[in-house]
Write a protein that binds this ligand. Structure first.
Ligand SMILES: [Ca+2]
Length: 175
């Protein structure tokens, strides 16, 4: 049976960006995952996973986080073990939010933001935020459970303008 029939099991999400110019305030981007149950698949997330919030059952893990984008390779990295999620969960949305100071910091103002979604060696998504330059947060990926039980991926790019990370976390199910 090919992987197309098997569905997704363990997925990695990687976020990279370059630091702000010398002397400018740090650019802090956050990977955020929201989980949704069949009772409310597009409403308020059942729980969120980000730098300050862990998955209660350990199925979604933020392995690496950054407040500056400094260093080589991944700045933030998240693992989603979709096949271990409880039966109640039917949908997971992954997005990226920019921490806001004064005013609205958008993806167009951040140097080289890039997010990718990979399972084994298969790249499911590579996105450079070129479609959402004026947004301060954006959903990028949707995982959903089919009636048969297998998990599928769907690209789900949607920008949220003038939205702080907390508000984005509450609204990301609208994507
Ligand atoms: Ca961060």
């Amino acid at each position: 049976m090919g992987s197309a029939n098997k569905g997704l099991s363990k997925v990695e999400v990687v976020l990279k960006w370059d630091p702000s110019p010398l002397g400018a305030p740090d650019h802090d981007l956050d990977l955020i995952a929201g989980t949704f149950t069949a009772a409310d698949p597009h409403g308020t997330p059942d729980y969120l996973v980000h730098f300050d919030s862990r998955s209660p059952d350990g199925t979604i893990t933020l392995n690496r986080d950054s407040k500056t984008g400094q260093g080589f390779g991944a700045d933030e990295e998240m693992t989603l073990e979709l096949d271990r999620l409880g039966e109640a969960y039917v949908r997971v949305i992954v997005g990226v939010a920019i921490q806001q100071g004064d005013g609205d910091l958008t993806f167009a103002e951040v140097a080289n933001p890039e997010v990718s979604v990979v399972e084994d060696r298969d790249e499911l998504l590579a996105y450079d935020f070129g479609e959402t330059p004026g947004a301060t947060a954006a959903t990028v990926a949707e995982f959903f459970r089919e009636p048969g039980g297998v998990w599928r991926f769907r690209r789900a790019v949607r920008g949220f303008e003038r939205t702080d990370p907390q508000t984005f976390g509450r609204r990301m199910g609208e994507a």
